[in-house]
Design a protein around this ligand. Sequence first.
Ligand SMILES: C[S@@+](CC[C@H](N)C(=O)[O-])C[C@H]1O[C@@H](n2cnc3c(N)ncnc32)[C@H](O)[C@@H]1O
Ligand code: SF4
Length: 471
Amino acid sequence: MINFTCSNEEYAGDLAELIRLFDSRFDGELSLDVSYTRMAGALKVSIKADAFENFEKNFIYPIKGDSPLVVKREEKRCLKMAIYSALVFITGIRLPYGCLTGIRPTKLYVEVDSSPEIYGKSARRVFKEDYDVSEGKVQLIERIVDVQKPLRNKDEKDMDMFIFIPFCPSRCAYCSFVSLAIDKQRKLVRPYIDCLIREIEQTKEFIAQNDIKLRAVYVGGGTPTSIGVDGLDEVLSHLPAAPEFTVEAGRPDTIDKDMVDMLLRHGVTRISVNPQTFNDATLELIGRKHRARDIYNAYALVKGKMDVNMDLIATLPGESFEDFKNSVDICRALSPENITVHTLYMKKGSELKNSKYVGANFQEASKMVDYAYSKLLEAGYAPYYMYRQKYTSGNLENVGYAKPGKECVYNIDIMEEDTSILACGANAISKKWEKDKNLITRCANYKEPLEYVKNIYMMLKRQREFWKESN
Ligand SMILES: C[S@@+](CC[C@H](N)C(=O)[O-])C[C@H]1O[C@@H](n2cnc3c(N)ncnc32)[C@H](O)[C@@H]1O
Ligand code: SF4
């Protein structure tokens, strides 16, 4: 257990996350006290710990950058580097992403690479020498950055549209997403669809009046297909066209021939059919009301008609390396255009978080994600986007793999944050990208579907004002 105190309040929350990552792998008792002082163009960080008869060390880092935002970011990173190097020295533990705690390592890599005036060396060297990111993770990041290069957005007027449908056939034990088991909330579906359509129509007016071109439309959830063929048909008939049009069906128990025909009529180009695992005992344990055979059936209905993504999760409860390996091997053999390999994270709001399950250790989790990486590359897939979550087994990552030319542009845009996202529905967060400042600002709708329905007029107004500000 590491007891952490920071005499300056400002960055304490961000730093605590790094301490937590060490704590999840450290068996002993340790008190760590951090303080920092701003000097002309530099930051002095002082660290004391009750290890090795009172450990004490000062670090001085140059702080470059001309805006308060950049300076703040740099200060935070320097503090993390100092704490990380002290903790590596004291505990002997090194983390796969070194001192990095953020969600988007690829975005950071590109930023570092394009700011030699601040960092003074290549992103590879900064990641390895300053942040202590492992060679394997640097290679993963570099591969993704390379695949993304020709797909990254360049034009402020090219945007994405995201539609959120917050219903599911049942709640899965690991899931902390905002979504309601549909059987218990049927009465809310009709008003929800009505409000959503109002918001979609308002967004379409903005698109038309401002010459916006859509790169992608993404209907996500929850499980959009859980509202049934008629309900989803109604929503899709209000959506504008886009070259990439994903419906994250996800649960194979919501996909039948009528559903697929309806999606095809609307020009859907990409669908998720998510196994999570092909092990029936695990599916039962995690509360998914489908079995492996339902995945094969749903996949047979969509294969060849649209691009397919399959989500897997490594380190699910009760699963050994062999179980996960089996799921990867089956996915590979089915050969969908995209496979996304998540590592289990346990967040507040999920049933699993409240249970006794503590997740897998770093070695087990690493063995699984490394297996997926090597076998999917061998089968012709390339990693094309990634993100990290808090409370993930082994402090690892989630990686989307695609066959060449089958990358999902929306997934890249949402992670790299260089595209505006017009988001509609409960829990939806619109993002406005200002290219000249490379800045993203956000406007969030109410999270809970009932609150969304109750406050729809207020949210429509808020969204109008948010988008008007820049146009
Ligand atoms: C927003 S969910 C929607 C997918 C769809 N409803 C389904 O369940 O198939 C997207 C994906 O996030 C992943 N996911 C959700 N909770 C997770 C967790 N706690 N740990 C790891 N992956 C998780 C799952 O793979 C899931 O398919
Ligand atoms: S994983 Fe998918 S189906 Fe399960 S509760 Fe989360 S959003 Fe719903």
